[in-house]
Write a protein that binds this ligand. Structure first.
Ligand SMILES: [Zn+2]
Length: 338
């Protein structure tokens, strides 16, 4: 089979890869219905994260189970399944506490930008839908695999509830879906920080009530202005840079919550500032598995349409164009169909 392999910064090739197969009795192999390019794939693509060797890319997936190992009991061939970027057993103490991305047996799922994929710990990782979905549901179900689950965690970790005033820092797919998630969780006011007109439009569609285009200290000042000098109850940081993190902490009111779900690159925080700010900080790799059953149900019932973040759809063989378009911010997120 052929799949996406990153050779060096800017060099993604669609080339011959090994066929995935069952290695452990807890594995499943799925036929990928759709996959996509993640904002975090752009870190190595841009050379910000080292590329040590040719690396099969992709960690967002949904598809049909083809084969399962002898120990797998909860999914079977023919079922449509969705899983997260970390395989987890869903039984260890960390999984039971709802932190499946810190599973004692976690394993990164890579190489999803390919027609077939091996998923370890299939019983704990994969969630099957009640039947094979119609084609129009696939983009939204794929979004649940990472970006929606991560946006949802951002909202949950920042304690968004009925009546909250929320700020979302970052207008990538995760930030936009954090807006959607905050709306679903009952936020009263949702301020999206974005400078890009098409993204502002989608943020409004997902439930944003205000848009702030300023960044850094200017952005913090604007949030204070909009909240009568108080700051926001909940700030969802969906970027991972020093500037975005400081902006998030600065925008929260004393006693407020800041969640952070963008992989930090070069972020350092000052203890004194944190101490006197009185904010709750909670973030990390989103435990998407915790939310999958609920998110699938919301998508299935037509309550949410997170698939709208895919503004570019390509055949998998054109994967390199998907990376280019996202790198150049011509696309919010590229969906790939094998
Ligand atoms: Zn576990």
């Amino acid at each position: 089979m052929r799949g996406a392999v990153l050779h060096s910064p800017g060099d993604v090739r669609f080339e011959e890869c090994d066929e995935p197969k069952i290695i452990a009795p807890t594995d499943a192999v799925i036929r990928v219905s759709a996959t996509c390019v993640c904002g975090s794939d752009l870190w190595p693509y841009r050379g910000i994260q080292a590329v040590e060797q040719p690396t099969p890319m992709g960690h967002e997936y949904c598809g049909i189970v083809e084969e399962v190992g002898s120990a797998v009991t909860s999914v079977k061939p023919g079922q449509f399944v969705i899983g997260s970027f970390f395989a987890s057993d869903n039984t260890c103490p960390h999984c039971k506490a709802g932190y499946q991305t810190s599973c004692e047996h976690r394993e990164f799922v890579g190489g999803a930008q390919a027609p077939r994929l091996r998923v370890p710990l299939a019983d704990g990782t994969l969630v099957a839908t009640r039947e094979v979905p119609s084609d129009d549901l696939i983009p939204s179900l794929l979004a649940a695999s990472d970006v929606l689950g991560t946006g949802w965690f951002a909202a949950d970790a920042a304690n968004v509830k009925r009546g909250s005033t929320v700020v979302v820092v970052g207008d990538g797919a995760v930030g936009l879906l954090a807006v959607l998630s905050a709306k679903q969780l009952g936020a009263d006011r949702i301020i999206a920080m974005s400078r890009h007109e098409p993204r502002q439009k989608l943020a409004h569609e997902f439930g944003a009530t205000d848009i702030v285009t300023d960044r850094g200290d200017g952005g913090v000042a604007r949030i204070k202005e909009l909240t009568k000098g108080i700051g926001a109850d909940c700030v969802l940081e969906c970027v991972g840079t020093q500037e975005s993190m400081l902006q998030a902490i600065g925008a929260a009111r004393p006693g407020g919550y800041v969640s952070y779900v963008g992989v930090p690159h070069g972020v350092t925080l000052d203890g004194q500032n944190l101490f006197f700010r009185h904010v709750h900080l909670h973030g990390g790799p989103a435990p998407v598995r915790r939310y999958l059953p609920d998110l699938i149900e919301r998508i299935w019932s037509g309550g949410i349409d997170p698939g709208k973040v895919f503004d570019l759809k390509l055949p998998l063989e054109n994967v390199a164009e998907g990376y280019r378009a996202m790198d150049e911010r011509r696309a919010i997120k590229a969906l790939l169909r094998p």
